[in-house]
Ligand binder design. Sequence first.
Ligand SMILES: [Zn+2]
Length: 134
Amino acid sequence: MADRRCACHSHRKEKRCCGPFHAGKLPDTPTQLMRSRFAAYARGLYDYIIETTDPEGPRWVADRAAWVASMEQFTAMTRFAGLRIVEAEGDTVTFHAVLEQMGQDASFTERSVFVQRDGRWLYHSGDPTSPAPR
Ligand SMILES: [Zn+2]
């Protein structure tokens, strides 16, 4: 794991932030999982996104190849410019992601719901919230 800043914009080094989660350590909290999933999108770690998505939730995609292809398309056109945790409470995390797509602002705010299965936190679902809180 490279000695670089973490892609979740924590300003910490990757090896002391989301890197260990990408390498197999289990996040203790939904916020850690949320940050590490953002960083995984930014780094193109599609297996991590799949492994941390609830197979029983609405975001699960049965066709893995199609899922990876859509993530590749998304990340190829997106710059993951910033991340701010707005609120974390229980099994929900509200975050604001600063994204750019082809020079256009594509930022969004989402309230994500996480579930714990067999001791592992998984991303279950998310709802956009608007307008974005400041
Ligand atoms: Zn991180």
